[in-house]
Design a protein around this ligand. Structure first.
Ligand SMILES: [Zn+2]
Ligand SMILES: [Zn+2]
Length: 374
């Protein structure tokens, strides 16, 4: 008898999540069936819920920060993305992005993250199939790509579930070309800010300064190794914050790199002022259109010879490099998952991340959906 799986299905933009059931397909050759252990709720899920991405197709099962056990390997799937042998029952982290491999950006520019035909689990990659098992807010995920887009995990699900957002931090550090001994400012103490902080330290940052709020998030940043924190709720004047940050940099000249992880347009001119002459400003906090910002080309960029770079998502190499860092225990990643919710509460998670980041009387750090929980 075919087994039945449950999934939280979103009917439309700003719609309702309803837990639906469907027969779980057996993987065909090259496919892998994963039984979800945990799936993180991301700011991107919130943007998709609110209709900020015009390409979103409904009905939809969200969730792309997926960890689970291999339920069944399709014929020919024997290894993970690094080439390591896998068996049914192994815990794996899913690499959600699927690229075409043949478009101009995949084949010529060789930047698969910019693929013109990019799809991803949690974004309904296969419109011709039922939505149930294409995203992480589900008991099962059927990986239909004809290659192993998962990595064998040697830590707990609540640490491995952080891999996808951590890869964004690694991409930040890559784009900044950090060198040993660098001074790095991170604007924002949300999940991406904290992960970018850890990535900056791994990439050679010697001094890290986190500018954000509230105080509890800055405490978390300190636990991850931030040397200095600046609370924007206490120091409300951006000019004062710029002066405070610059005073912490060599010669008071500014940071080698500043990472924008807030998603608030006003933070950009402020952050650019914190970069030293010849430094790098990395913009990755705006994963959707939050509005415009006024910049002065001469004062902000030319005179100061600043490099401005954008970060769009991450690719499989970031996952391969990131997982051993999560597994190493060098950072207190175990303090990140604050909530574990059943499929029936996905809507509450989205509401929480759309409003005050509080749920069940507790601050949300990373909310995880556990499909087996009732
Ligand atoms: Zn994410
Ligand atoms: Zn492509």
């Amino acid at each position: 008898m075919a087994r039945i799986g449950r999934a939280a299905i979103l009917d439309k933009e700003k719609g309702r999540f309803v837990v639906g059931e469907a027969p779980v397909p057996d993987p065909r050759p090259g496919e892998t069936l994963i039984r979800q252990a945990m799936c993180g709720v991301c700011g991107t899920d919130v943007h998709m819920f609110h209709g900020h991405f015009p390409w979103t197709r409904f009905p939809l099962v969200l969730g792309h920060e997926i960890v689970g056990t291999i339920e069944r390997l399709g014929e020919g799937v024997e290894r993970d993305a690094t080439g390591e042998e896998v068996r049914e029952g192994d815990l794996v982290a899913v690499v959600p992005g699927v690229q075409c491999g043949t478009c101009y950006f995949c084949a010529v520019v060789r930047e698969p993250g910019l693929c013109l035909n990019g799809r991803a689990y949690g974004f309904r990659p296969y419109l011709d199939q039922q939505p149930h098992f294409q995203g992480g807010f589900s008991e099962y995920v059927l990986m239909s790509v004809p290659r192993s887009q998962f990595l064998k995990v040697r830590t707990t699900p609540d640490i491995a579930v952080l891999l996808e957002p951590f890869t964004i931090g690694i991409h930040f550090a890559d784009r900044a070309n950090l060198r040993i001994g660098s001074t790095v400012v991170i604007q924002g103490a949300g999940a991406i800010g904290i992960f970018s902080l850890a990535a900056a330290k791994e990439a050679g940052a010697h001094k890290t300064i986190v500018v954000g709020a509230p105080a509890s998030r800055l405490e978390l940043a300190k636990a991850f190794g931030a040397d200095v924190t600046v609370n924007i709720e206490e120091i409300k004047d951006p000019q004062e914050r710029i002066a405070l940050v610059k005073a912490q940099t060599p010669g008071g000249h500014g940071a080698d790199a500043v990472f924008e992880c807030t998603g608030v347009p006003a933070s950009i001119p402020e952050g650019v002022e914190m970069v030293r002459r010849g430094g790098v400003y990395v913009e990755g906090g705006h994963f959707t259109n939050a509005g415009d910002v006024v910049m002065n080309p001469f004062n902000h960029f030319v005179m100061r010879h600043i490099t401005l770079v954008g970060v769009w998502g991450s690719t499989i190499g970031h996952f391969v490099r990131g997982l051993p860092i999560l597994e190493s225990g060098r950072y207190p990643f175990e303090h990140m998952v604050s909530h574990r919710l059943p499929l029936e509460r996905v809507g509450e998670a989205i509401d929480c991340l759309s409003s005050n980041y509080r749920l069940d009387g507790q601050e949300a750090r990373k909310i995880a959906v556990v499909a087996s929980q009732r």
